[in-house]
Design a protein around this ligand. Structure first.
Ligand code: SF4
Length: 318
């Protein structure tokens, strides 16, 4: 039984299975189109975090239509089992820690699957992710793809994952290699590594594929809507154009706060030292106070931005 791939598997004559990671953003779309041009058979997969814009779901679901390529498969994380275990832990251990009965009962009741992987993960962790604890990328994207798609594929032979990562996206990404072995046993390849953003848009035009409409709305990146690493002007954009998405985050903050002992949860990292619920962050984003120096989006510092080596969270357009 095949359990992993190695770079040697990429030699001519070896039967390789190709998998394109699709996010709904421009770089992964260009990668999908490049896979089409290669004439190889491939599968394409999208990890649904439960926190995407409707336009992204629509875009990904229809990518095969103008291209004639494979329909993009959708995977979602499932935390039902872990929530059940956590619920039992709350019921048995929290009372012994002196936590009030009504808080225990409320937290236990909330530790049931909501149907949304992003919210379920946050309830389970007792917090929302942050730049320094960015468990969302791994838990909601990387692991579902590895366990639900790559793992089963490896039973049939080596797997090459095509990633839409470009060197000029960031200093961090520029240091990545074109190929490397991934922990899940596949080989990952960055076929558009040396492409410019203009090359990416040219690929869309060549195949008559329109960009995800979020770019035309003013978004610089496609991914969670909002992402925990949003920049100030993105917070404003999302709040102005799709307030219902911010309303949802406000509800999530309340639910996650009620499901943990600290009774507090905020979606965004502290701004200028202040821990702010999303409604206050939106108010701040609409002011002139704190410009780029307080931006909270995709910085190249350690632990900042998307550090996934699979590039599953798109960085802003250059
Ligand atoms: S897009 Fe942002 S919030 Fe979503 S998984 Fe990636 S880092 Fe986390």
């Amino acid at each position: 039984m095949m359990t992993h791939s190695s770079v040697a598997d990429l030699r001519p004559g070896t039967a390789i299975q190709h998998l394109v990671n699709v996010s709904g953003g421009k770089d992964s779309t260009a990668t999908y189109l490049k896979a089409m041009e290669s004439g190889r058979e491939f599968r394409a997969v999208f990890a649904d975090t439960g926190n995407e814009h409707e336009a992204t779901y629509e875009y990904v679901s229809r990518l095969a239509e103008p291209t004639g390529g494979p329909v993009v498969e959708v995977v979602r994380a499932d935390f039902s089992r872990q929530l059940a275990i956590h619920r039992q832990t709350i019921l048995t251990k929290w009372p012994a820690e002196g936590i009030a009965d009504e808080i225990v009962a409320e937290a236990a009741a909330l530790n049931t699957p909501s149907g949304n992987p992003y919210l379920d993960l946050c309830i389970l962790k007792g917090r929302l992710p942050s730049r320094k604890a960015q468990f969302c990328t791994e838990e909601l994207k990387q692991l579902p793809i590895s366990s639900q798609v790559v793992g089963p594929m490896l039973r049939s032979g080596p797997v090459l994952q095509w990633l839409g990562i470009r060197a000029d996206e960031s200093a961090n990404r520029a240091q990545q290699r074109r190929y490397n072995r991934h922990d899940d046993g596949s080989i990952v390849w960055r076929p558009i590594f040396r492409w410019s953003v203009e090359d990416v848009w040219a690929m869309h035009r060549k195949h008559g594929v329109l960009p995800n409409p979020l770019y035309a709305m003013g978004a610089r990146r496609v991914g969670c809507w909002p992402c925990i690493n949003c920049r100030k002007d993105e917070v404003r954009l999302i709040a102005d154009m799709t307030p219902e998405h911010m309303d949802r985050i406000e509800r999530w903050e309340a639910v996650v706060a009620a499901a943990n002992k600290r009774r507090m949860a905020t979606f965004f990292a502290p701004i200028n030292g202040d821990i702010l619920p999303i409604r206050n962050v939106i108010d701040w984003a609409r002011t002139g106070r704190g410009g780029r120096q307080y931006d909270i989006f995709m910085q190249d510092q350690a632990g900042g931005g998307c550090t996934s080596d699979l590039g599953l969270c798109e960085r802003e357009a250059a």
